[in-house]
Ligand binder design. Structure first.
Ligand code: GDP
Ligand code: MG
Length: 206
């Protein structure tokens, strides 16, 4: 798997946020990723192809880099999936508002992620209802999705990779959560030990 998006060297001190796209096949993970990366709607991206992408962008007046891993079914192999999830700092859990099964499947993704992340409920995670342009084919109500998101205490955002609705916003919102989380972790690791299990101390370059 090759990383796309040009120069992959990370300047010292520049934040790099690792985001993972999860969800069942056909919900628009690749379309969202490619819309965010290249501002184009790709209708026929190879469904079995997982890829990673990197891009520099401005996030609240700071230059940051995002690393997006667009998964594509290989996650069925538990070892590969867990490895992917372990490296992820933030997750976009995507379903299609036109397919109820894809919504039901988000439970499983959430569980798998939490398991790998040691049942950390505060992991940066957004529930994404994609294909919002297909309102006439809607099978998952906004209410139902919001209820689930509330239960998980995560945001719910409806997007359209086709019309670009909320695409940039959802990636940026997730990155803000990741950034906040890293700050909190950094502070926690300098403070008193709270739990038995101690997180690996990270090297922070100021
Ligand atoms: P993935 O398997 O989750 O990566 O899904 P893809 O990104 O390959 O998308 C599956 C199909 O849904 C493709 O035909 C896309 O063109 C279509 N699609 C993806 N996002 C949208 C969207 O927001 N609106 C509409 N109308 N179609 C979409
Ligand atoms: Mg795909």
């Amino acid at each position: 798997m090759q990383s796309k998006g040009g120069n992959n060297r990370q300047p010292v001190g520049q934040p790099l946020h690792k985001v993972i796209m999860v969800g069942t096949g056909g919900v628009g993970k690749s379309a969202l990723t490619l819309q965010f990366m290249y501002q184009e709607f790709v209708e026929d991206y190879e469904p079995t192809k997982a890829d990673s992408y990197r891009k520099k962008l401005m996030l609240d007046n700071e230059e940051v880099q995002i690393d997006i891993l667009d998964t594509a079914g290989q996650e069925d192999y538990a070892a590969i999936r867990d490895n992917y999830f372990r490296t992820g700092e933030g997750f976009l859990c995507v379903f299609s508002i036109t397919e109820h099964e894809s919504f039901a499947a988000t439970h499983e993704f959430r569980e798998q992620i939490l398991r790998v992340k040691g049942d950390d409920n505060n992991i940066p995670f957004i529930l994404v209802g994609n294909k919002s342009d297909l309102e006439e084919k809607r099978r998952v109500s906004r209410h139902e999705a919001l209820q689930l998101a509330d239960a998980w205490r995560v945001p719910y955002v409806e997007t359209s990779a086709k019309t670009k609705l909320n695409v940039e916003e959802v990636f940026k919102e997730l990155m803000r959560h990741v950034q906040k989380r890293k700050l909190a972790d950094g502070e926690a690791s300098n403070g008193p030990k709270k739990t038995g299990r101690r997180k690996k101390r990270k090297c922070v370059i100021l």
